[in-house]
Design a protein around this ligand. Structure first.
Ligand code: ZN
Length: 498
């Protein structure tokens, strides 16, 4: 180990311990903690977060990072850790302390205003806060800019390195050109009958089936826990302790099934990271987009394919004979792939999901790179929904107020969801060259698919950046054509159109 790097280790260890404690409190808050604990837990979180912040943001760490700039004795893992910590340090250092405090307070108030506005279906309650959030976004973009970067690109870089506006513009242009016409054709077809997915399904039986499903796709119970929460999510402290949640609805069979497969996709990634990165800053996913590529790969490409259900559909029917006894495998597969352009992103199907992201991307770009007032945004939002999805939200609560992200200052996060889908399709195209994916799935052999993902993506944790992972895994730079081809082929077949 580099001697200079060795001096950094105690700070990193303390940071890891505090992060673990914070994640544990978050998990508890979302799953088991009683309602009245919230406020008190928030105080503990506040104190620990502050402690965590100064643990890395101090003159001693700064000095070590400066010395490491010219250190030639670090190995590749140490270099990757150094680069990650340095990036975080620079971003944090660039923002003056007073502004950071004011921003934290604004964030708390902004989230409350958003909740209120959503409840009242009244955007004007949230508008002044969004206006301030945008102003901060612009300011932080100016502070955080590295050479040649500006505006929205700086914010995008926080979530996904090396995928600036230039790359995203061409990605979304392609989607616009190819997917919107396909959606229009589908909208002219008679809708697929999926009514049997909305009968009454006993929740205890759903739980049993979902536990089976998580294990079937590869969730390791010795390294993971599954619980329930209002909104499904995955959290992880390291590769030996990964937690997922799901949410059961009595009248919706598919919701929990695909949440479970989605979160299991995230979890399998985390559980598959090599032990040499455990409890280091590299012991997590490479980026938001790569993480989302793994969950969506499992959920959509694998979990919504006919081949996936061949070996296990019988078990589902046996669990719910009254509801599914008369439903054939083909009817079931068609139903779980029904396209329904709707106003809500989180309920979107695979085909239209990226169009929801496109609306947000274009508006974020406008907010940061152009002059636009918050009041104008609901109108712009609704017009874009009409243009791309062919629907106009009934009110702002199901329109511009539907997502929490902007109220939390997360501007630049949305595109990584869309990138995740496109990364997944590119990885899938490569995988198909190496194996007969359908045959493996039909034979119930998901292990072969998981091994490919483990070998090319999971094991590296955050050692490599997203772009590098994609290049090494597929032999190619990011190419959105794979995603468009995948969608066209799949949905033209399902709807019998060309
Ligand atoms: Zn996800």
């Amino acid at each position: 180990m580099s001697q200079i790097f060795e001096r950094l280790v105690p700070y990193l260890e303390k940071h890891m311990a505090l992060q673990t404690a914070l994640a544990l409190l978050d998990w508890d808050d979302a799953t088991l903690a009683p309602k009245e604990a919230g406020e008190y837990t928030a105080k503990v979180i506040g104190i620990l977060s502050q402690e965590d912040f100064v643990c890395l943001m101090n003159p001693q760490v700064k000095k070590i990072l400066e010395e490491l700039e010219t250190d030639k004795t670090m190995d590749s893992t140490e270099q990757a850790i150094f680069r990650k910590v340095r990036k975080q340090f620079r971003k944090n250092e660039a923002i003056p302390k007073e502004e950071k405090r004011a921003y934290a307070e604004l964030k708390a108030r902004s989230q409350k205003a958003w909740e209120e506005a959503k409840k009242e279906q009244d955007f004007s309650i949230f508008a002044p806060y969004l206006e301030k959030m945008i102003a901060y976004g612009k300011k932080f973009a100016a502070y955080g800019a590295s050479d040649g970067q500006e505006g929205y690109d700086v914010l995008l870089d926080d979530y996904e390195e090396a995928f600036p506006v230039e790359v995203l513009d061409s990605f979304f242009e392609k989607l616009k050109k190819e997917i919107i016409p396909l959606l229009r054709k589908i909208q002219q077809q008679p809708p697929i009958d999926d009514s049997f997915l909305y009968l009454e399904y006993d929740v205890e039986k759903q739980k049993e089936f979902n536990r089976f499903l998580a294990e079937y796709v590869g969730f390791d119970w010795n390294r993971g826990v599954m619980a329930e929460s209002a909104h499904p999510f995955t959290t992880s402290w390291h590769n030996h302790d990964v937690r997922i949640t799901t949410h059961y609805y009595k009248n919706q069979l598919a919701s929990a099934i695909f949440s479970t497969i989605h979160e299991s996709g995230h979890a399998i990634y985390e559980q598959g990271i090599e032990d040499c990165y455990t409890q280091t800053v590299l012991g997590e996913g490479a980026s938001c987009g790569i993480h989302e590529s793994q969950s969506r790969f499992m959920e959509n490409i694998i979990g919504r394919s006919r081949a996936f259900w061949i070996p296990i559909y019988k078990k589902l029917v046996e669990t719910f004979p009254e509801q599914l006894g008369e439903v054939s495998l083909d009817q079931f597969v068609a139903a779980i792939n029904r396209v329904k352009a709707d106003e809500i992103r989180t309920e979107a199907d695979e085909l239209t999901y990226c169009l929801h992201i496109m609306v947000r991307y274009e508006i974020e770009k406008m907010m940061i790179n152009e002059e636009v007032s918050a009041e104008e945004l609901p109108k712009i939002w609704n017009e874009k929904y009409q243009e791309y999805l062919g629907v106009t939200p009934e009110n702002d609560a199901v329109g511009i107020l539907q997502d929490v992200h902007w109220s939390m200052g997360d501007i630049g996060y949305f595109p990584s969801y869309a990138l995740g889908n496109a990364f997944a399709a590119q990885i899938y195209a490569r995988m198909k060259k190496e194996m007969d994916v359908e045959a493996e799935l039909s034979a119930g052999n998901i292990g072969a698919i998981r091994d490919f993902l483990h070998r090319t993506v999971h094991r590296y944790g955050a050692l490599k950046e997203a772009r590098e992972i994609l290049l090494d895994a597929t032999g190619e730079e990011f190419n959105p054509d794979y995603f468009i081809e995948y969608l066209k082929e799949k949905y033209q077949k399902i709807y019998g159109i060309s």
